[in-house]
Design a protein around this ligand. Structure first.
Ligand SMILES: [Zn+2]
Length: 349
C-alpha cells in the first residue's frame, strides 16, 4: 500500500464518527469518491450512497458501517466534570486514563490514584456511570460554555503503525470496512461492469443495525456484500478453541451460517481460490450481528455475504488489523464484482 493510500486511511481513522454523528466521516468519504462514481446522495438518517449504475437489471449493494462506538455527555456536575454514558458496546475497563475529545474540546478520563484505592475499590469492576471526564474546567458554568448534554465524545488516540504492516487505532471497527469500500469503488469505477453497483456507508450499526435497515429500502438490492471486522483470536487471551481460530495476516474472514447465502459464499470462495487470495472461515450459527443481519431481512429477502477483516482487541482504543488482509479483501471484492452477471440464481439448491 503506497504512501498516499496509507495517508487516506490515517485521515479516515482520525475522523470521529460515533453513532448518530457520522457526518464528518461521510463528508470525507464523499470527497474521496466525487468524480469517481455517479451522483453521491445522503438520506434523512445520514446513510450515504455511491452509485456505479447503468440500468442493469441486477443491483448489488456493497456496504460498510461508518459509525464507531463512543460516549455521550449525560450531565455536568457542579465542579465541571462531565458524566457520560456509552454509545454502543463500550467496555468500561478500557477507559480510565484515556484522552477524549468532543468537538474541539479535549479531556481525560480520570481515576483515583492506586495509592488511595482500597482492596475493594481495585476489585470492583468499573462501570461507565462511575467514570468522569475532566476537561480542565474550574466549575459547571465554565464547562457548560464548552460542552452540552447530548454531545458525543470519542477517545483521542493516535494511529500507531506497527511491524509487519499492522496498524492499531480506535474504531477500526468499522472505518477499515469504509476504507475497503472506498478503495474498491475507485477501482471498480475504472472497470466495465455487467451489473449495477451501489456502495453505501451506513450509519448507526453499533446501536442496532439502523442505517442498514433503512438504506436497504433505498437500494432495494438483489445481493448485498457487507464489509466489517471480525474477531482475530491470535493473542494470549483469544481462546481459539472456544471462539474460532482466526488471526491477522491470514486473509479476510468469510462468515458461514444461516445469515449467509450459500451460493454467494461459494462464488466468493471460487473467486478467492482462482486469484490465490487467502481467506478464513468463521462459524456464525445465529442471526448475523452486523449490518449483514439487517440486509438479509430487507424486502422479500436479500442474498447476503459478510466479510470481516480480522481485528484484535475489538472495541478498545487499540484495535489492530493487518494491511495485507485489507489488500486481500479489496482484491477479492473487486474480482468478484467484475465477474458478476445479471442472471445468477442465488436460490439455495
Ligand atoms: Zn462493526
Amino acid at each position: 500500500m503506497n504512501g498516499p493510500t496509507r495517508k487516506r486511511l490515517e485521515t479516515l481513522l482520525q475522523t470521529p464518527s460515533p453513532s448518530g454523528a457520522e457526518t464528518a466521516l461521510q463528508d470525507l468519504c464523499a470527497r474521496y469518491l466525487e468524480d469517481q462514481v455517479g451522483t453521491i446522495t445522503r438520506d434523512v438518517h445520514g446513510n450515504q450512497y455511491y452509485p456505479l449504475a447503468a440500468g442493469h437489471p441486477r443491483r448489488i449493494m456493497l456496504c460498510a458501517h461508518a459509525d464507531e462506538i463512543g460516549l455521550m455527555v449525560q450531565g455536568i456536575d457542579k465542579e465541571g466534570f462531565l458524566r457520560v454514558t456509552g454509545i454502543g458496546g463500550v467496555d468500561p475497563s478500557t477507559l480510565s486514563g484515556q484522552r477524549v475529545r468532543t468537538g474541539k474540546v479535549p479531556g481525560v478520563i480520570g481515576r483515583r490514584a492506586i495509592h488511595l484505592q482500597s482492596k475493594e475499590d481495585s476489585d470492583t469492576a468499573l462501570s461507565i456511570d462511575t467514570l468522569w471526564i475532566d476537561i480542565g474546567a474550574r466549575n459547571k458554568k465554565e464547562a457548560e460554555r464548552l460542552v452540552h448534554i447530548g454531545d458525543t465524545l470519542t477517545l483521542d488516540t493516535p494511529v500507531t503503525w506497527l511491524r509487519n504492516d499492522r496498524v492499531a487505532a480506535r474504531g477500526l471497527d468499522n472505518r477499515i470496512g469504509v476504507f475497503i469500500l472506498m478503495e474498491s469503488m475507485r477501482r471498480l469505477a475504472r472497470r466495465k461492469l455487467a451489473v449495477d453497483i451501489i456502495g453505501v456507508t451506513t450509519v448507526q450499526e453499533e446501536i442496532g443495525l439502523r442505517g442498514a435497515t433503512t438504506s436497504s429500502y433505498q437500494c432495494a438490492p438483489h445481493v448485498a456484500v457487507n464489509l466489517d471486522v471480525n474477531f482475530a483470536t491470535d493473542h494470549p487471551d483469544g481462546e481459539p478453541e472456544r471462539w474460532g481460530d482466526t488471526g491477522l495476516s491470514k486473509g479476510p474472514i468469510l462468515a458461514h451460517g444461516p445469515g449467509v447465502n450459500p451460493r454467494l459464499l461459494s462464488e466468493f470462495k471460487d473467486v478467492a481460490q482462482r486469484a490465490h487470495i487467502p481467506t478464513q472461515v468463521r462459524a456464525e450459527p445465529d442471526a448475523d450481528g452486523t449490518d449483514a443481519g439487517a440486509l438479509q431481512l430487507a424486502h422479500d429477502g436479500v442474498a447476503v455475504i459478510d466479510i470481516g477483516i480480522p481485528n484484535r482487541y475489538m472495541h478498545t482504543a487499540v484495535e489492530m488489523i493487518c494491511l495485507h488482509d485489507v489488500q486481500h479483501c479489496i482484491d477479492l471484492l473487486t474480482a468478484w464484482v467484475v465477474q458478476c452477471k445479471n442472471d445468477v440464481d442465488y436460490t439455495p439448491r
